[in-house]
Design a protein around this ligand. Structure first.
Ligand code: FE2
Length: 120
């Protein structure tokens, strides 16, 4: 799944199907958000544990802050059978439980540190 962001207004968009070159916002092409790696992974990369066909997902091996000015805005789960967006607010727990499908992709988005991903 590719996720895009408008450099002007900050809108975030994912394309379910079709031509990404046709996506526009604020009269400009959108820029794909690349998945972050390396420094910060321990607090941002989703952790996935599978038990009894359920995927227990939490953001970060070390719990990420969920403060007003720094928090995980959403978790996106993508499989070949379903996708699910979990919107979060400051004070929420950045975690969820979903049915496990092999190849499960989990994205997390931090308002300060952008996009992270894990696959299981
Ligand atoms: Fe962060």
């Amino acid at each position: 799944m590719k996720i895009f962001k408008c450099k002007i207004c900050g809108n975030i968009v994912s394309l379910l199907d079709g031509n990404e070159k046709l996506l526009k916002c604020c009269n400009q092409e959108l820029e794909e958000i690349s998945v972050s790696t390396g420094e910060g992974e321990i607090k941002h990369k989703p952790v996935i544990q599978v038990e009894d066909n359920q995927a227990y997902i939490r953001v970060g091996e070390i719990e990420h802050p969920m403060d007003e000015d720094h928090y995980i805005k959403w978790i996106l789960i993508v499989t070949n059978e379903y996708s699910k967006l979990i919107k979060l607010n400051p004070g929420d727990k950045a975690e969820c439980v979903v049915p496990y499908i092999e190849g499960l992709e989990v994205y997390s988005f931090c308002n300060k540190h952008s996009l992270w991903k894990n696959v299981m």
